[in-house]
Design a protein around this ligand. Structure first.
Ligand code: UGA
Length: 434
């Protein structure tokens, strides 16, 4: 099939590349000329495991192309994916100006029947608004479909190629059939393509992300409570998670959820509730608890240094909001860095992928180390913010020898409490007996 993808951000790029991988001819459109030029030269603009291999392969096979022309995109695709940004407005709602702006232009340029697909996470009712924006400009037949993505950063290619489910919100048989044909190669395993109305599809995405954020947040509160009563959250987590109704995944406590999705989507659903005279009390609490959780290590660090962090040398391992990504949006590390800088600490950080992004934000206020051990040289304490695999089994003797003091504040519970104490470390983690 011929497919066009409007917007080559994270979602658009993964969608376009993976659809090319199953033999479709994909044209990706972006207004950023520099970016398009680079992609034409084979440069992947984001870090995402496996993406570069697929990108390269499909460009070489002539199935993946790039352009800045919306008109070209519209003429090329039978299905046109909208993968445009929906940033968070000041009031927490999703800003639809990019999506609706593109819809209007599509209406102006439409020459024959197309299926227009909302791939971005958009508030309930957006498919109707996109339909209206296009219909205002044209009399040509078209359908709008909602097809939310469920990609995790770091696993996006895998998630796209082997989805647990595909959700299609459509009220047109013609559009549904085309979408089913497109996705069939991805669900050979027997996983379902679930067809529903557009509004339900739009809500499915927000409900799924908000539920997962709530699950994590609930566990963070249980962890905090464990500390108060002397219980061990690792035991509680396994005790709970083995109940198949609860499930083992997404029960890991830590320094809060971050990223480009959970924080934005929870707030947007909360706001959408308000707009429809419904108060999501539970989401209100999730937002509040997560804000506190991101800074949960700070009072402990303050207490350890007796409130005096001036010129203390603090090492940070992990800056990205989670491993396997360079994404720092809403990353807990940023909040911790900000607070430590305000206290006058001197920070040396290491992250395998995210240092450039953090550098752009904090400039020379912090130092970046070329590797994890350079970061801890003479450090008065180490703070772990992201659970990259390489941090899981460090050389503890090296840490003891090269740090100023053997002190670790672990926001991701990487080490066994007893083992690390036996190694002679002062160790503070989340929700476990010390
Ligand atoms: C999330 C969802 O998992 C995807 O299904 C969804 O498609 C995506 O948002 C999206 O809307 O685009 P992502 O934000 O990439 O994916 O990352 P997750 O792996 O879900 O992690 C989100 C945050 O939760 C991270 O900060 C992570 O550290 C935290 N987390 C996750 C925990 O604190 N504990 C856990 O047990 C799991």
């Amino acid at each position: 099939m011929n497919i066009s993808v409007i917007g080559t951000g994270y979602v658009g790029l993964v969608t376009g590349t993976c659809l090319a991988e199953t033999g479709n001819n994909v044209l990706c459109i972006d207004i950023d000329e520099n970016k398009v030029k680079k992609m034409q030269d084979g440069v992947v603009p984001i870090y995402e495991p496996l993406l570069d291999t697929l990108f390269d392969r499909n460009i070489k096979a002539n199935r993946l192309k790039f352009s800045t022309s919306l008109e070209e995109g519209l003429n090329h695709g039978d299905i046109i994916f909208l993968a445009l940004p929906t940033p968070e407005d000041e009031d927490g709602s999703a800003d639809l100006s990019y999506v609706l702006g593109a819809a209007k232009n599509i209406g102006k340029l439409l020459k024959s029947y197309k299926v227009i697909v909302d791939k971005s996470t958009v508030p309930v009712g957006t498919a109707d608004r996109v339909t209206e924006a296009i219909a205002n400009e044209t009399t040509v037949d078209f359908d709008v479909v909602s097809n939310p993505e469920f990609l995790r950063e770091g696993f996006a290619v895998e998630d796209f190629l082997k989805p647990e489910r595909i959700v299609i919100g459509s009220s047109s048989d013609k559009a549904t059939k085309l979408m089913e044909k497109l996705y069939k190669p991805f669900v050979r395993s027997g996983n379902p393509i679930i067809v529903m109305d557009e509004k339900s599809a739009e809500l499915t995405k927000y409900a799924a992300n908000s539920f997962l954020a709530t699950k994590i947040t609930f566990m963070n509160e249980i962890a905090n409570f464990c500390e108060k009563i002397g219980a061990d959250v690792d035991k509680v987590r396994i005790g709970m998670g083995t109940d198949s109704r609860i499930g083992k995944r997404f029960l890991f406590p830590g320094i809060g959820y971050g990223g480009s999705c959970f924080p934005k989507d929870v707030k947007a659903l909360h706001k959408s509730g308000k707009d429809n005279n419904y108060n999501f009390d539970i989401l209100n609490a999730v937002i509040k608890v997560n804000d506190t959780q991101k800074r949960i290590l700070l009072p402990r660090i303050d207490a350890y240094f007796k409130g005096d962090l001036k010129d203390k040398k603090i090492a940070i391992w992990g800056l990205a909001f989670k491993p396997e990504t360079d994404d720092i949006r809403e990353a807990p590390a940023l909040y911790i860095i900000q607070d430590l800088l305000e206290r006058g600490a001197s920070i040396t950080a290491f992250d395998p992928e995210a240092m450039d992004n953090v550098g752009r934000k904090f400039g020379n206020q912090i130092t970046f180390a070329p590797d994890m051990y350079s970061a801890i040289q003479d450090a008065d304490a180490l703070i772990i913010c992201t659970e990259w695999s390489i941090f899981r089994t460090p050389d503890f003797n090296k840490l003891k020898a090269e740090m100023s003091a053997p002190v670790i504040f672990d926001g991701r519970n990487l080490y066994d409490v007893q083992d690390i104490k036996n190694e002679g470390f002062y160790y503070s983690s989340i929700g476990r007996k010390t």
